[in-house]
Design a protein around this ligand. Structure first.
Ligand code: ZN
Length: 141
């Protein structure tokens, strides 16, 4: 997606010491997940402690990018010049288990079906940030 100087109303990402690793991987086009070093639970979004065992120890594993659509919504209003409408936002179950929320690229709302296979790709958004998007498997980018 081309980014123009007019697209400045989109808030910048809030990168913290807890999620910086995730956005750094995204800049490299990699989808990663946190894995608890104590109980091996995979989690997303990133956070300092394991929601299951409360351990603060974790490492990072590469995810496959394969996923299935769990739910979605179509945003019509309010509109921001930084996005194209209708804006489709999907909630997917990653093949590894955790869920991810991000926008859907190149699939019309009436083509979406709950349970359909999708793939996570990364694209440039406002402020030059690289963020995930959902697309059909093998959809390029
Ligand atoms: Zn744990």
């Amino acid at each position: 997606m081309a980014v123009s100087g007019a697209r400045t109303r989109v808030p910048k990402l809030i990168v913290t010491q807890d999620n910086a690793f995730w956005f750094e991987a995204a800049r490299q086009g990699r989808l990663v997940l946190q894995r608890c070093a104590a109980c091996a639970m995979l989690r997303h979004p990133p956070g300092p402690a394991c929601p299951r065992c409360r351990s603060f120890e974790w490492d990072v594993v590469e995810a496959s990018r394969r996923c299935r659509l769990h739910s979605y919504t179509v945003i019509h209003h309010p509109q921001d010049e930084a996005f194209e409408y209708p804006l489709v936002v999907g909630l997917v179950d990653l093949a590894e288990g955790p869920r991810l929320v991000c926008d859907v690229a190149g699939i019309a709302p009436d083509e979406l079906e709950i349970g359909m296979e999708l793939e996570v790709c990364f694209t440039e958004h406002a402020h030059g940030e690289i963020l995930p998007q959902l697309r059909r498997p093998g959809g390029g980018r």
